[in-house]
Write a protein that binds this ligand. Structure first.
Ligand SMILES: *Cc1c(COP(=O)(O)O)cnc(C)c1O
Length: 421
């Protein structure tokens, strides 16, 4: 089926007389009539629900839908995008291991990797998103266990050459993990370009209404863990009666271990109600993403033609250095987020932002409502002017998340605010 149909229909199939709409199973527990049946579930010999920290029917349906959208063998939803990124690494890395990560990743991911996971003894090398194949190959070490990047980076909007990253990762028998939050499976399906594991913050376009935090990990099933050095997947797990994940679960080894090992131990489960809201968002993902992209391109072109604007960063503008890569990996559109610089500097940028009426100032992107943020005085305010430059944040930069209103109204709002500076 086509992706639009999967957005609406995948994951939940009611049997005769059951609710047509995916119900919220607000229950932590599930009733059984025999110890033997429950024992089989505990031993992972049979599929079924026994405790919501491990699985729940509402979450299960949403997981099936997202796996279908990305073309994976299985998925696991989490309490937030941060938990998905954390588990994607911890599932295959121990103290003493090393990961290569694009330097242009979401700030929360950077802190998680560069500080928290480093403190736990996992080493990271951060590489430029535009790194050459040769330099990327030279970044691998004996103990490298994964390569991590975003498809379309938040907030700098770098477009990653997924095939180049996948090729280098596979040449060293390690998987490529991609955060596909900004592109969404509507605009890019990284498994088709060689990625092995996908993570998302579902709090952005997937939810799309800014109502529920969430994350997800999707397993392509394509990576052969027995070729690399992943004893946690290829040798017995004593906490599950010696199960060897690659032997018992084959293509679904990684995602099964993420659930039975890390979700069990960490408890970063999504709530059934949030999963229900996420499913509602997913039902219109294809429509909303299309509208976000159409509107954003119109807004980006308007801003590029305005003489009070110094620069506009949007991969679908022909002036973007990522135009060719964007057309290759995301031919139907990229995302609704734009950044631009206001002539003058910080004061003019803030004045413009505060003069907007329709676009509200929020610390969030990628929901239905147009929103705006001045990173230098909010999300990045702890940085010095020098550090701001290093982080690619100029004092006159605004981050503009274009919503799904009528593009003319968004542009009118920008016009009246531009008139005030
Ligand atoms: C927001 C975001 C995250 C973190 O997700 P939360 O749901 O806020 O925990 C991770 N990656 C990207 C690209 C994001 O935009």
């Amino acid at each position: 089926m086509n992706i639009e149909t999967l957005c609406v229909q995948a994951g939940y199939e009611p049997k005769n007389g059951e609710p047509r709409v995916l119900p919220i199973y607000q229950s932590t527990t599930y009733a059984y009539d025999s110890a033997a049946t429950l024992g089989k579930l505990f031993d992972l010999e049979e599929d079924g629900f026994f405790y919501t920290r491990l699985a729940n029917p509402t979450l299960d349906a949403v997981e099936r839908k997202i796996a279908a959208l990305e073309g994976g063998v299985g998925a696991m939803v989490t309490s937030a995008g941060q938990a998905a990124s954390l588990i994607s690494i911890l599932n295959i890395c121990n103290t003493g291991d090393h990961v290569i990560c694009s330097a242009a990743v979401y700030g929360g991911t950077f802190n998680l990797f560069n500080k928290t996971l480093r403190d736990l003894g996992i080493d990271f090398t951060f590489v430029e998103p535009t790194i050459s194949e040769e330099d990327l190959n030279n970044s691998f070490k004996e103990n490298t266990k994964a390569v991590f990047t975003e498809t379309l980076t938040n907030p700098s909007l770098d477009v990653i050459d997924i095939e180049l990253f996948a090729k280098a990762a596979h040449a060293h028998n390690v998987p490529l993990i991609i955060d596909n939050t900004f592109a969404t499976p509507i605009n890019c399906r990284p498994f088709e370009w060689g990625a092995d594991i996908i993570v998302h913050s579902t709090s952005k376009y997937m939810d799309g209404h800014a109502v529920s935090l969430g994350g997800v990990i999707v397993d392509s099933g394509n990576f052969d863990w027995t070729k690399g050095d992943y004893p946690m997947l290829t040798t017995p797990d004593e906490t599950y009666h010696g199960v060897v994940y690659t032997e018992q679960f084959g293509k679904a080894a990684y995602i099964t271990k993420a659930r039975t090992h890390l979700m069990r131990d960490l408890g970063t489960q999504a709530s059934p109600e949030n999963a229900f809201l996420l499913n509602l968002g997913l039902e219109t993902l294809h429509l909303r993403v299309k509208q976000h992209c159409e509107n954003a391109l119109k807004v980006a072109k308007f801003l590029e033609g305005n003489d009070k604007i110094e620069w506009v960063n949007y991969p679908e503008l022909e002036s973007s250095k990522y135009y060719t890569l964007a057309k290759k990996y995301m031919p139907n559109g990229t995302c609704g987020v734009i950044s631009f610089g206001v002539k003058g500097g910080k004061d003019e940028a803030c004045k413009l932002m505060e003069s907007l009426k329709l676009a509200k100032i929020v610390v969030h992107v990628a929901d239905a409502r147009t929103s705006v943020l001045h990173p230098a005085s909010t999300t990045h305010r702890q940085l010095s002017d020098e550090q701001l430059v290093d982080a690619g944040i100029s004092p006159n930069m605004l981050r503009f998340s274009v919503g799904i209103e009528n593009a003319d109204d968004i542009i009118e709002d920008l016009k009246q605010a531009l008139d005030k500076i």
